[in-house]
Design a protein around this ligand. Structure first.
Ligand SMILES: [Zn+2]
Length: 371
């Protein structure tokens, strides 16, 4: 838009006295000059119309406005890196804000709600809200939009990917500053969530924060897909879920992978720090493989013979070791039932091992799901 505004078109006066010398030199017929004049007049009309349209376009909000509001609310420096490190911005959002002089409605919702202590739940828990085609359920932008609609902060008709206008931004920030909102907790009997809410009640703390709500959403989205036998085993062994990674977790950047979760057999803990359902299923698969007595020989057999054939489906992380392969294979199997036939065709031994793993504790009573 900036470029269009600064185009400098010749004035009408310049065109009204064409140089006969240049016309003669170029060998044009005089009729061409008349045509050229009409064309230029048309151009000027289009230009004037478009500048009028620009003048009426609503003002767009600048990245600095967003950064300043988040910094003011959180006490963090008004600096992109500080906000990424604290979890308020994703790395792609930072790159976008550096490159462009605006941001979308979706980014504003995703960044502002947590800055005001509102941590969106997975959008699929609000079935009354129709997902927007730009951001299907299962994305953080769908979650932020659904939370905004639930709280009457977001117009369901608004296109999430449009640049946010200054007036929409000011109205949203003003509402967030002056009203106390509480997000409706999705109706769920998921015990891990209830435990966290109760612990927070007892200590008077907010149950969720900028770090823990991502792992919470992963568990919420995955819970109904975790085999009941796994949950029973998890409960009977006294295991826990953490919604942040332990401080002594090895730096995943060294391995070029974004850390999402970990399973610690010393502390009997699964830690999830990523909103994707597949992360929870992956860590539970590690747990099940250990106590369901899956032998390393079997994992290595599947990995060596079949992993490369499904690498383009499962991704490169599944190729890092036999146990990561099985965890990714099983998580993908549970999350995408319609892909199970394809996986079985490409990797039959891995499919057999996965089905064994899924049913490894089936003789256990499902204590946890009955709780
Ligand atoms: Zn793993």
């Amino acid at each position: 838009m900036k470029n269009q505004k600064t185009i400098s078109l010749p004035t009408a006066a310049q065109y009204s006295t064409p140089s006969t010398h240049s016309a003669a030199r170029s060998g044009r017929h005089p009729a061409h000059n008349t045509l050229a004049r009409v064309f230029v007049l048309l151009l000027i009309c289009v230009f004037m119309f478009s500048t009028t349209a620009f003048a009426k376009a609503p003002a767009i909000v600048a990245p600095s406005d967003l950064i300043n509001v988040v910094a003011e609310r959180t006490g963090l420096p008004a600096d992109l890196d500080a906000l990424v490190n604290a979890g308020y911005l994703t790395a792609p959002e930072k790159r976008h804000l550096e490159k462009y002089d605006t941001f979308s409605n979706a980014v504003a919702w995703h960044v502002l709600l947590p800055a005001f202590g509102l941590y969106p739940y997975p959008a699929e828990f609000y079935p009354e809200i129709a997902p927007h085609p730009s951001w299907p359920n299962g994305t953080v932008y769908a979650d932020a939009r659904a939370a905004g609609i639930m709280l009457n902060l977001v117009d369901p008709q608004l296109e999430p990917n449009y640049a946010m206008t200054k007036s929409d931004f000011n109205v949203l920030v003003q509402k967030l500053k002056t009203t106390s909102f509480t997000l409706p907790v999705p109706s769920t009997t998921y015990p891990f969530i209830a435990v966290q809410e109760e612990a927070a009640d007892a200590t008077g703390l907010e149950p969720w924060d900028i770090h823990t709500y991502l792992g919470r959403n992963s568990v919420l989205s995955a819970y109904h897909l975790i085999p009941a036998g796994w949950l029973a085993e998890f409960n009977s062994r006294g295991w826990h879920i953490n919604f942040t990674l332990p401080h002594d977790h090895p730096n995943p950047k060294l391995l070029n992978y974004v850390s999402a979760g970990c399973t610690n057999f010393q502390t009997s803990t699964i830690s999830i720090a990523n909103p994707k359902a597949i992360t929870t299923l992956h860590e539970f698969a590690h747990f099940a493989a250990k106590y369901g007595t899956v032998y390393l020989d079997d994992m290595e057999y599947c990995f060596n013979r079949e992993a490369s054939g499904v690498a383009n489906i499962l991704g490169l992380y599944a190729m890092t070791s036999p146990s990561e392969y099985l965890a990714e294979f099983t998580a993908y199997w549970l999350l995408y039932p319609d892909k199970q036939n394809t996986l079985r065709e490409l990797a039959p031994a891995s499919a057999d091992l996965t089905e064994y793993l899924i049913h490894a504790f089936d003789d256990q009573p499902a204590l946890l799901t009955a709780a």
